[in-house]
Design a protein around this ligand. Sequence first.
Ligand SMILES: [Zn+2]
Length: 453
Amino acid sequence: MLRVRINRPGPVRQKAELVLGLLADAIGIRLSVVAADAANEDDADLCYSAVRPKSSKQLWLPAVDFDWSVVSTDVQEINRVPFIGGILSKEGDAVIRGDILYGTWLMVTGAFESGQDRNRFGVPLARGSFAYENGLVAQPVVNRYASILSTLIVERLGSRYSPVDRWPNGARGAIVLSHDVDRPFSRPTAEHYHQRVSRDIRNLRVRATLRGLGGYVKNVLAQGDSGAQTHRDPNFGFDGWREFENGIGSKSAFYVAVRHAAEDGALWEEVNYNFRHPKLLGQLRHLAEDGWEIGLHASIACRSEPGRFELERRILAEAVGSPVRGLRHHYWALDSTRPEATLRAHAEAGFEYDSSLGFNDAPAFRRGVAFPFNPIDPHRMEALPILQIPPTVMDGGIFFNVSNQAEGEFELRRHIDQVIAVGGAVVFNWHLEQQNPGRLMGAGQALMNVLRD
Ligand SMILES: [Zn+2]
């Protein structure tokens, strides 16, 4: 057990303890914080303080000398590691030259998100933000802090502290593949329009009724009912992913929505398929039986009606016939200002993990973290009892910003190399329907090419 002394006032101390818990998990070394009033200066291996400790036996973790409620915009890099709050030690005084605990706190609690532009679902935009431009979310900065802390401990304190490997079997990193199910059918089915138009007539919504009828004519009458033709629908990509993943030894997760846009009171941006469609539900049961994961694609409105989480989880689990342990939100729409409140609701609804806390406009690291972690709720000052598997890249995050498939593949390779270099987990969200080669410049094929290499 490695002992850490925190020579900072109470409010900082409490936050530092939470951050040390997260970093200890990240580096696989047990850390204990010595009591604030412990008299013996030599009772610790590491000392977190604003001035260099007198005892030469202690390794110094430099601390900013102000309260952590201040969000510093002084970001300075040494060896490509950005330190928030500036450089705090002279060269030679400390191995780690800035405050990695304060930096981790700001990143993990999303301190830079408050002033950030958001999309209409409340997800902050990475591109153009202060954190992105200053290298804080364009790379997994917390992974970097963890790496330099681990190196310091192992090099200076030697064999007393042998870290537990982050990944099994000597792996350098992890690649996590997952698929949101947004458009399993190229066009909404006749049943969808029937339900939607009936609802709008009942509610005397004339314009919505006409829009629904227009959609019915265009997508069903003129095309033939895609619902009856799913075996030929290129968006119905289950078999394609299954075949590809069998080839690389992977069984991924599919996140499926149980509330759709034609239901009473549903937002029009919810999905427009009914997961109980016999072909779809049959496929999901089949996948679950074969050991693939079926998770919940939580509806957008869930975040403002927390009781929904448990309901949606139960509906899906009962229909598919297997437990539902994890979720990702449609449009990644966690609460826009306090996502931790939504994550807490997940835990209370019995989920073991969420995978929504990311940026979907660029390959980036919303909380600076590229490994599963327990998020910290800064309002309640505690680590949440639910794992976050932070998504690091979505299909559109790359392919809305490139002009052809080859460029997309280049960006994909760069992202993977960047994450594996810091021992991280690349978490892909590649929508089910990207098996359709006509969609998004061949994003599906691009991912398969890259992962086969
Ligand atoms: Zn979605």
